[in-house]
Write a protein of this length. Structure first.
Length: 545
């Protein structure tokens, strides 16, 4: 009878509702390392955004379908000049602590909790030394403001957990845990230990720990990388009724999906009515790591994710019907005096070098530092690209650029497809290029940027009276399309000319950025500062799945 009821519940969750059904991926964008909690009728989620600022985005949803970014846990990280790109020239040009960048580092795998009327977040940057210390933040509201409560030693891919008696714990790494002091400002001496030992064929890390307690049982969810024949990436669960007793193990999800490989890492969350859902990410190449939604069936006390066959479903009903459509990637007319929460800067911004008020209705990006290339440029502004296909368009007034300035729009990553406006003397050029950055493994210092210019046009010759241009990037992340981008320009916003590489291949590289491709608007000086561009608008369209 119990299995019959589980089957009926799963069927109801998977049955589509016309016009409202959730199609997996739930978020076809780079939203890795999720943690999700529910407070009242609202679900809150955090994700990894590494070197982008502000960092640790907090997203909210009422129905597990429509998500919006409502805040960030921090505006900047200031432990090192690396976060400012201030000591980021090649190692041959500099010496001393701070050389390098934060590409692929910074904020990772933040844990989100709600306890005793407050929100709590635990985050450890993927760094060594003091830069890698664990932060614990707290806030009265998920939207913020958040404040730093304490700093602790580094805990890799950690989760904060409050027990029923308010005792705080941290679960981290590959099966390690420790107890925190009641004030969350220290570790209880002698409490650090392994609560399980991995199996012999699990040679990779078991990481991305998330811990919940349900019906008196503790559950730890982790991603498992298994390299034995016939074994795949999977989500495993350890459980116990006593934190000091032995933990049992079970595989709760081992599913490929949508023409891509197996997926895992995330968490499970309940609804007000007592149903459960699983949110796990899947690596999808150039777009990054996307989120999937699955029903959770409690079978013999284990939270089993997926449909009746243990697979991630293609379609699900929304948890709640009738919610307004929302998204984490948004068009922008720049009509506000505050930057929208859908934007993030590449590294810490230079605050006095951008403005939304100097020319109302425009985003002004000023040059503020002479740099040799895009990857060292301050104040590059980004949003995620999204699948299955998407289009981003920026309208730029380039009339105030100075000799040596480079501005434009790109599909930004370690390998970038770039549309660049270049001011050379009094002449203006538009170039489409492929740019590839090389970084040192340890410092993430920029050692070189290979720039392969594919096509260039002289704007001052072809359009001598123009001062405004529209730049467009189309992204295609459909399975089998190989993550391609195409590039266009227009002088009137209506008639488009393709330029440069056709079907530029966007790449995901965990050794450098470790993130999906981003739309990025940039402006930097290679000779002298003082120039600026005014961005009139960013238009965005994403096709239906």
């Amino acid at each position: 009878m119990k299995r019959f009821l589980f089957a009926i519940a799963t069927w109801l969750l998977l049955m589509p509702v016309a016009g409202e059904n959730i199609k997996n991926p739930m978020l076809w964008a780079d939203v890795p390392d999720p943690d999700v909690i529910r407070v009242g009728d609202t679900f809150y989620m955090v994700s990894t955004t590494m070197h982008l600022m502000p960092g640790a985005p907090v997203m909210a949803s009422k129905d597990l379908k429509n998500w919006e970014t409502v805040g960030y846990i921090f505006d900047k990280l200031t432990d090192s000049p690396k976060y400012d790109l201030a000591f980021s020239l090649p190692l041959a040009d500099q010496k001393g602590e701070g050389v390098g960048t934060a590409y692929g580092r910074g904020q990772w795998a933040t844990s989100l909790k709600y306890h005793n009327g407050k929100f709590w977040a635990l985050m450890a940057p993927n760094e060594g030394g003091p830069m890698g210390q664990t932060y614990i933040f707290t806030a009265e509201k998920a939207e913020g403001p958040w404040t730093i409560h304490s700093r602790l030693n580094h805990f890799h891919d950690a989760t904060l957990f409050f027990d029923d008696d308010d005792t705080p714990y941290v679960f981290f790494g590959t099966g390690e845990m420790c107890q925190l002091t009641k004030d969350l400002k220290g570790v209880v001496e002698g409490s650090r230990r392994h609560y399980f030992q991995r199996e012999e064929d699990e040679r990779g890390l078991l990481e991305g720990t998330r811990v919940i307690k349900h019906n008196g049982t503790y559950y730890a969810l982790l991603i498992s990388h298994v390299y034995a024949p016939g074994r795949h990436r999977r989500e495993v669960c350890y459980r116990t009724k006593d934190l000091n007793a032995k933990w049992e193990k079970n595989v709760v999800l081992e599913s490929d999906f949508g023409g891509f490989s197996y997926l895992a890492q995330g968490t499970i969350v309940d609804t007000e009515e007592g149903d459960w859902y699983g949110i796990m990410f899947q690596d999808r190449g150039g777009v990054g790591r996307v989120l999937t939604l699955s029903p959770v069936r409690w079978i013999d006390g284990w939270p089993m994710l997926g449909d009746e066959n243990g697979k991630v479903p293609a379609t699900m009903r929304p948890y709640r019907s009738g919610e307004a459509e929302k998204t984490i990637v948004c068009a922008d007319e720049f009509g506000s005096s505050e930057l929208g929460k859908h934007w993030q800067w590449n590294h810490n911004p230079v605050d006095n070098a951008w403005s939304l008020t100097e020319r109302p209705g425009f985003l002004r990006l000023k040059t503020c530092r002479v740099v040799p290339n895009l990857y060292l440029a301050p104040n590059t502004l980004t949003q995620r690209m999204m699948g299955p296909t998407c289009t981003g368009v920026v309208c730029i007034d380039y009339s105030k650029m100075k000799d040596g300035d480079c501005a434009g729009f790109c599909a930004f990553n370690g390998d970038s497809g770039v549309l660049t406006l270049k001011k050379v003397g009094k002449a203006m050029f538009l170039e489409m290029s492929e740019q590839v950055v090389s970084l040192t493994d340890r410092e993430k210092a920029v050692t070189k940027v290979d720039e392969n210019m594919k096509k260039g046009i002289a704007l001052t010759l072809l359009y001598p009276k123009a001062k405004t241009i529209w730049l467009r990037i189309d992204g295609d992340f459909r399975p089998g399309k190989h993550d391609v981008a195409n590039f266009y320009y227009s002088m009137d916003g209506q008639n488009w000319e393709q330029i440069g590489t056709k079907d530029y291949h966007m790449r995901f590289d965990y050794r450098r950025f470790f993130m999906g491709s981003k739309f990025a608007v940039f402006n930097y000086a290679t000779k002298k500062i003082g120039g600026f561009i005014d961005v009139d608008s960013f238009d965005f369209h994403c096709d239906e799945k």
